[in-house]
Ligand binder design. Sequence first.
Ligand code: ADP
Ligand code: GLC
Length: 476
Amino acid sequence: MRVAILSAEAVPYSKTGGLADVAGALPKALKKIGLDSVLITPCYLQTKGKYLWSVAIDDLWVDWRGFRYRAKAFYSEANGSPTFLIDAPEFFHRSSIYGFREDYERFAFFSYAALCLIKRLGAPPDIVHLNDWHTGFAAVKLALFRHIDPYWKNTRTVFSIHNLAYQGGFNADELWKLGFGREFEINAFLYNGYASAMKAGIVVSDLLSTVSRRYSLEIQTPEFGHGLDYFLRLRADRLFGIVNGIDYEVWNPETDPLIPANYRLSDLSGKIICKQKLLESFGLPSNLEKPVFASISRLTTQKGIDLIMNVSGEILSTGAYIIALGSGEWQYENFWQQLRDHMPDQVGVYIGYNEELAHKIEAGADIFLMPSRFEPCGLNQMYSLRYATVPIVHAVGGLDDTIEDFDAVNFTGNGFKFREFTSAAFLEKIYEALFFYHDKELWQRIQTNGMKEDNSWENAARKYLELYLMAKGRNP
Ligand code: ADP
Ligand code: GLC
């Protein structure tokens, strides 16, 4: 089975969120179970020069808006499996990865270039695995190519939705300029008078997946469907939920080189050292009896930071610490900064992106807050489980699939989960967690239950293999 995976970001080459973790780890996991996979991702300015490169293709010709554009492709295995990085400075050498008016054009180009690259690499893949709206353009082209180009005849597409909130919308007049002039293509993109690359991927791909079972159901409802629930309901028989794995080579407290002391299930003493160092690094007094609440997040409405805003006063009035790492919308950045300025002995804040600090916080904190409004999968709650940091989550998407509320009678559960998206419900769980935190034996039980969970990529990779086999057996 040959699989080509396309993603706009992938660890370690580029990252703004969980998509990068997934795209970096999945190919490695597929390789371990015997699949021949190749990852294709853009080469951003931020990526260049950081890894060992060899130029694999110096003249990757891409037909683009009536011209032939000469791109390059670099080869690397820095993520543990074959990766090609498309180098086209005009599109990808920018101050940031996303956020430009013409993003739709940049990723349409990426999609075209990736398909040209695949053809240059030799035998056609059985599956092209597309991820999020950035690759919806490739889904549409492939749906056409398989009828007119024998090379693509037996290739099937799997389109994974990581976040329906980002849809790659643009003015439909641009479609023909991007090379999508046929009626079938225009219809695929058209949505409420504009063009949506996410909608196109959803309506034309052979099979669809999302990153948790619960989210696969939620997005078929108007509440979570971001306007596309109708199309997802239409294709419900082709839509599957596979919970992401986590990369235990990167996120493992036993071996993590980024944390001050390593620890394991049988001996958690290193975690106390991590807590002490974490408090010191933020200039906070080391009262190790008090719990440390943590948040690591893109600061967007999705993440429910407003609920944290509402309950932060109550948390701090118990004497606990709060440590936050994140960047994003100004009102949330302001909130964290002001909270720190008001309570400098209890609050530590880092505004920005910092991978190393994310590891240190996972290791040093006691309780992880993730009250997301919606969460397709979520990775930090799973990192928290492995690092014996007990998560409190809103019961949506992947948070609902991976976190089980602690039951003090049967000693089951790995965290705390509230159902109604209200500050009161969140606070109730915070108080419940604090109650158990002070009972050392029960707390260790919750930590142990979490550390024992197997959220490895191997499980998820096997489910993707099943999906690929199902797609391969389908007639278009
Ligand atoms: P999303 O993809 O919606 O942002 P996920 O939970 O799937 O949510 O993944 C977020 C990833 O990004 C995690 O690996 C998390 O540690 C990381 N992350 C988010 N914000 C930051 C930050 N400010 N600094 C470092 N890592 C961050
Ligand atoms: C998205 C989602 C997040 C998910 C990640 C990887 O960014 O917001 O929940 O974990 O993709 O699939």
